[in-house]
Design a protein around this ligand. Structure first.
Ligand SMILES: [Zn+2]
Ligand SMILES: [Zn+2]
Length: 794
């Protein structure tokens, strides 16, 4: 027994190992007694032969009944073994998912001089497929070629599946084409092989070819082909297969029926699916699960939930883990954390955990419903994580504005034995756009190209936006120009790119070009345009587009469009008009709207209006850091220290902490990061030396409002933290000496740039004859010749 344990440690750790009383007591198995002269008498030999058959039969019985532990025990104690015994145990391992053990046993078989045969190989090949061990599989294939077993039908079929499982449909097809004889399993393996690598069209073509060769598709062929039609959302093929199903009398086969429901839902024909579902027998949960998933994937979340209820109430069926997995996207669409949590709770009560797919679906749901805390907790507790789980947690962070954490996770993912894929890149690109430097962004672009995603329109749009947000508008434009097929999103992205860089005129020109190309603008196009008009202060144009939206394009403005127009009004300083605009909005104002009014009040020094806006913001979001800081600064500037203290105590009570402001820049291939008042940064003495000179240029007391008569001593200390050593100025000082003369200095900041630093940067850009680009959380400031591209409103 000890030796068996040493050979199969994984097996014995596995929860799947059934434990029970052995049917055969291994203690009673004794080695055949040898005759005193060393030769076995005939009778004894016959006896030993009979014993051997009996033991093999017992071994087979153990394996068939799932008592693998007993089987191993018996096997290890058998006086002798033949290929049959080894095959039985290898088959047992493979059928119980212990593929690693199966391969190990196959290797041991070779070491002990037992020849593998055509019964061994199909299982060994299957094990290689299950383990995703392509190299091992190829080795076995080479061996098969050597012993002339590669043309064997069963072996060939298992090779097709092995290559397909390893994602190599090309190699699978090579085996398939070279096979001497093919049965329906060969065809089905290849059809589902194409499907498994996401090539629905080849799968479908093979189904047709199969019939040309006179092969009759069975239920498995039809199910795979329906999967192919679903994958490509190709309704016409789906209907064609539906007809075959009817002709071959397989229409009422439960699995075929379920696949049909699934196919019609994937092709967006929920009504067809419903009709089939209504007439189907509903005793089995799989068809319910298909319908629940169908509703959710067609953005009908309430119907999905109702379907689950109906299944429980009318048919007395209990939801299984698949039901939960299919239902969770519906919860996410409803955006109701409460419903999502109740599904989670039910899954816990029903004992569905651990279940990697379910846990990942929960992370997706929590991410989309604002439950990042729950998502993180769940991810942390997962025993096993796939790439899909990683993608889900990265996306959850991005969706909830935790971009830096998302980048941190992406970094960690590289330490795992997993390779980021298209979904990972798509999930993480927005985080790069929000917080990364060009130096960090460029490699992700290169990686996307390496994965062959250059022509993926979703990815390339995200990359265009990333370059623009990282301050490199030129590269953004280049990639846009090279994009052969531009969809409406591509245009929206490039219009937005120019918007955040304060190039309103260019945005408008692009909008006109887009219409010339016949691309129909949507709500997001107008958001980009209005944003551009508001950043560049193009009031007339902004109002014009706002009116055009409804008038010419029949698009109802959303809250984000109102926000842009409000910014436009705010710029003019007519705060009463701004307040009136908010009051007349047909939509309920959110924190973004009130934030816009607050910004305008701050710009124009109207404390009453600021208080009015802040009151609304805090009633919607108790912990809005930006709002508290802005208001407290306004009080401090006005010398209203009691109010200032009041806000501070609210912040303390709500646990609101000021975001630690920092600025990043890149020089000679290295990334430098500075925090406010940072005295310990790299090259500190040099930077402070430059800063001294710069401060003399800039002068102090840019903001006379900062001087107040009533400043108490302790607050004076608080306020004494001079903006002269704000992180952005440290970065600019470093940039002046660490980059070549004449080159622009590019800085990324995680907060909005303050008034003082904004006007300082304008002066520095003039006196140093340099362009200074500061990417803050909202806009990109291009400081040039004492001016900023944002026209001093941000
Ligand atoms: Zn500052
Ligand atoms: Zn600016």
């Amino acid at each position: 027994m000890a030796s068996a344990l040493a050979h199969y440690p994984h097996f014995y750790n596995s929860a799947t190992a059934p434990r029970g009383r052995p049917i055969v007591d291994p203690g009673r198995i004794s080695k055949p007694a040898a005759a005193p002269d060393g030769s076995k008498p005939n009778k004894l030999r016959r006896q030993s032969q009979a014993d051997h058959f009996a033991l093999n039969r017992a071994l087979s019985a153990f394996v068939d009944s799932g008592s693998l532990e007993n089987a191993v025990h018996l096997f290890e104690n058998m006086p002798r073994s033949d290929a049959y015994s080894w095959n039985v145990l290898i088959r047992g391992f493979v059928n119980n998912g212990l593929v690693r053990e199966a391969i190990e046993l196959y290797r041991r078989m070779g070491r002990e001089g037992i020849r593998a045969d055509n019964y061994t190989y199909p299982f060994v090949v299957k094990a290689c497929g299950g383990l995703l061990a392509l190299m091992e599989g190829e080795k076995v294939h080479a061996k098969l070629f050597k012993v002339g077993l590669d043309l064997d039908l069963y072996v060939g079929n298992s090779l097709i599946s092995m290559y397909a499982e390893n994602g190599r449909a090309d190699l699978a097809e090579k085996v398939f084409r070279e096979m001497g004889a093919r049965d329906v399993v060969s065809w089905n393996s290849m059809i589902s092989g194409f499907l498994s690598v996401g090539d629905g069209w080849s799968s479908f073509a093979l189904l047709r070819e199969m019939q040309v060769y006179g092969m009759r598709p069975d239920r498995y062929s039809l199910i795979s082909a329906l999967g192919a039609a679903s994958l490509e959302s190709y309704l016409q093929s789906g209907k064609e297969i539906h007809c075959w199903a009817i002709r071959s009398g397989l229409e009422s086969d439960l699995m075929v029926e379920t696949s049909l429901v699934d196919m019609y839902c994937k092709c967006g024909k929920v009504d067809y699916a419903e009709r089939l579902f209504d007439s189907a027998s509903k005793e089995n949960i799989v068809i319910w699960n298909a319908m629940i998933d169908g509703y959710a994937s067609n953005a009908l979340p309430s119907e999905s939930l109702a379907c689950v209820k109906c299944m429980q109430d009318d048919c007395n069926l209990n939801p299984d883990s698949i039901t939960m997995i299919n239902l969770l996207p519906a919860c996410a669409q409803l955006g109701s954390l409460r419903v999502g949590k109740s599904v989670h709770g039910q899954s816990v009560r029903k004992g569905f955990f651990p279940n990697m797919v379910l846990e990942t679906a929960l992370i997706n749901m929590y991410g989309a419903s604002g439950g990042l805390k729950e998502a993180k907790y769940l991810f942390g507790k997962m025993a096993e994580k796939s790439l899909i789980s990683w993608n889900a947690i990265i996306a959850a962070h991005v969706q909830n504005g935790q971009n830096e954490a998302a980048l941190g996770l992406f970094q960690k993912l590289w330490c795992e034995p997993l390779e980021p894929d298209a979904i990972t890149i798509a999930s993480v690109l927005p985080a790069f756009a929000e917080v990364a430097l060009l130096r960090e962004g460029r490699p992700i672009h290169a990686y996307a190209l390496k994965l062959g995603l250059g022509s993926n329109i979703y990815i390339s749009n995200s990359i265009i936006y990333m370059y623009a947000k990282c301050g490199d508008l030129g590269t953004a434009q280049q990639i846009f120009d090279k994009t052969l097929i531009k969809d409406v999103v591509s245009w929206n992205v490039i219009i937005m790119a120019y918007a955040i860089h304060g190039c309103g005129g260019k945005s408008i020109a692009l909008f006109k070009e887009m219409k010339k190309y016949g691309v129909e603008p949507n709500a997001s196009t107008f958001f980009s345009l209005l944003m551009s008009c508001s950043i560049s202060g193009l009031a007339d144009e902004g109002w014009g587009y706002f009116n055009q939206m409804r008038g010419s394009y029949n698009i109802d403005p959303g809250i984000e469009h109102y926000g842009c127009v409000l910014d436009l009004i705010g710029r003019t300083g007519n705060l009463d008009r701004a307040r009136e605009f908010v009051a007349q909005m047909p939509l309920v104002p959110n924190a973004r709207i009130w934030g816009s009014l607050l910004t305008a009040s701050r710009k124009h020094g109207n404390i009453e209006m600021a208080e009015y806006a802040a009151k609304h913001i805090l009633s919607l979001e108790h912990d809005n850091t930006g709002c508290c800081i802005l208001l407290s600064n306004m009080y401090a500037d006005a010398g209203r220290w009691e109010d200032f203290e009041r806000i501070k105590s609210i912040m303390k009570k709500e646990g609101i902490k000021k975001t630690v402001g920092y600025s990043m820049m890149e020089s000679r291939g290295k990334i430098y990061s500075f925090t406010n008042y940072d005295k310990c940064c790299q090259h500190a003495s040099m930077i402070y030396g430059v800063l001294d000179i710069v401060s003399k240029w800039v002068g102090v007391n840019i903001h006379p409002t900062r001087v107040t008569r009533f400043r108490p001593l302790d607050l004076a200390k608080e306020r004494a933290k001079s903006p002269a050593t704000h992180s952005v100025r440290l970065a600019i000082s470093f940039g002046l000496v660490s980059t070549a003369i004449g080159n622009p200095i590019l800085i990324r900041q995680n907060t909005r740039i303050c008034e003082d630093c904004h006007s300082a940067a304008k002066k520095i850009s003039d006196l140093s004859c340099r362009e200074i680009i500061v990417v803050d959380v909202k806009v990109v400031h291009h400081f040039r010749d004492r001016c900023c591209s944002c026209n001093d409103y941000w």
